[in-house]
Design a protein. Structure first.
Length: 413
């Protein structure tokens, strides 16, 4: 008998029929003799609907109140899933974040989990119940409702699996595993049987929303066997696991894109020590995560500093920068929400040179201009005009030999 955590995303609980399907699948696992903990998301579209209500009132919401609102989507789902299990003659108990004390810090809208009361969950499992836990939400030390950032239910699931020392954490979604790139953008994308934690971490941080980045970090840290599967099929899915030798033979294992970034530039920054610390320190003080950073060569003692932030932090970042521009006596700032990032990822890049050059050649041949570049040991990213995203993803997917082979040949893992 094993303990299995299953997470069902928004589309998997998108309507009542699908909720009944989740109940059936959970009960089938239970009938095999396993203890089952479910983590569920809000019904498809619900979190966006709630955020849209907020946006109709203000574009600078109080983040505590915004979390109170967006956390409600998951409350409805856990109630409905529990009822569906009971209607199929199973036993289920639902839990909101605070009811099984998913304790987080107080960084509203991007809180991090600190601990979970596993006793509360074990006590219902002992009585033969399926525990149905609200994803995405927690509670801070002062009893405030917090949320974990978009896609945060993945992180709830892995954190619970780690806290309960579960035998597996299965993320059920609308595709049957992790692909070489988003299968909804590139028809030639191939499903991977396995992917290393590190590559998955990069893909997730570069925009592949199939897993939230923090969920992969936790899975890697606590060695949680993490599966991505479809709630609509019995495909074995993709296992996210430790890297092995065979993975290094593949130079590029995946392509990711992200339309959720925005670009900010400060013009005419005095080129003196301590200025970068002031700019990025001010953003950090407001919990704004900065991604790509480019600084131009100094001319007459001045440089331009360009960087990207998540779109959800754009308004906040602009407010911070307006003050910074004044305090460091820069000439001004520009803000552009119309950018996207494409990236290539692969642990095999460590042993191959010229990969970045090949990427830039392909993008140049397609007429795509690069606005910023960033690299690490196992990835190369470029900031481009969003209208070229699909074109860039498909061209890179083909260039790096990732396109699906004719059916009948083996899929690479
Ligand atoms: P859920 O609501 O179940 O959490 P998400 O929409 O958050 O589902 O994540 C699943 C989506 O991730 C897929 O529908 C797909 O469009 C997208 N995706 C992006 N990159 C990848 C990838 N490399 N492999 C699989 N899916 C991907
Ligand atoms: N409902 C939240 C979102 O849409 C969390 C999740 O689905 O993982 O981002
Ligand atoms: Mg998701």
């Amino acid at each position: 008998m094993a303990l299995i955590v299953q997470k069902y995303g928004g589309t998997s609980v998108g309507d009542i029929e699908r909720i009944k399907n989740v109940a059936r699948r959970a009960l089938a696992t239970r009938k095999q003799g396993h203890d089952v903990v479910l983590v569920v998301s809000a019904m498809a579209g619900e979190t966006n609907r709630l955020l849209n209500l907020v946006a109709q009132i203000t574009d600078r919401p109080n983040e505590r109140e915004q979390d109170v609102i967006v956390a409600t989507g998951e409350q409805v789902s856990i109630g409905l899933v529990s009822l569906a299990i009971q209607a199929q003659r199973g036993k289920a108990t639902s839990f909101l974040g605070h009811q099984c004390r998913i304790l987080t810090d107080s960084a509203f809208s991007k809180a991090r989990i600190k601990s979970i009361d596993s006793e509360r969950i074990f006590s219902v499992l002992k009585n033969g119940h399926i525990a149905v836990i609200a994803g995405f939400q927690g509670v801070d030390e002062n009893g405030n409702v917090t949320t974990l950032g978009r896609g945060g239910s993945d992180t709830t699931a892995v954190a619970i699996a780690a806290a309960l020392k579960a035998d597996a954490c299965e993320i059920y979604t609308d595709v049957d595993g992790v692909y070489t790139t988003d299968p909804n953008v590139c028809a030639a994308a191939r499903k991977l049987d396995r992917i290393s934690y590190e590559e998955m971490l990069e893909l997730a941080s570069l925009g592949a929303k199939v897993l939230q980045i923090r969920s992969v970090e936790l899975a890697m840290k606590y060695k949680v066997p993490l599966w991505v599967k479809s709630s609509f099929s019995d495909d074995p899915g993709t296992l996210v696991c430790e890297e092995d030798k065979s993975m290094e033979d593949v130079v590029v294992s995946g392509i990711a894109y992200d339309r959720n970034e925005a670009k900010l530039s400060i013009r005419g920054v005095p080129d003196v020590p301590g200025v970068a610390a002031k700019i990025f320190g001010a953003l950090d003080a407001k919990n704004i995560v900065v991604d790509m950073i480019v600084q131009t060569v100094s001319k007459e003692g001045k440089t331009d500093v360009t960087f990207t932030v998540g779109k959800s932090d754009f308004v906040k970042a602009k407010d911070v920068l307006k003050k910074v521009v004044r305090s460091i006596k820069a000439e001004g700032m520009d803000a552009d929400e119309n950018v996207a990032k494409v990236s290539i990822v692969g642990v095999g890049m460590r042993n191959h040179s010229g990969v970045a050059a090949r990427m830039f050649r392909v993008l140049a041949a397609e007429g795509v201009n690069l606005q910023a570049i960033s690299t690490s040991e196992i990835k190369v990213s470029a900031l481009i005009d969003p209208k070229y995203v699909e074109l860039a993803v498909r061209a890179l997917h083909s260039e790096f030999g990732l396109d699906a082979r004719p059916s009948g040949s083996a899929a690479a893992g």
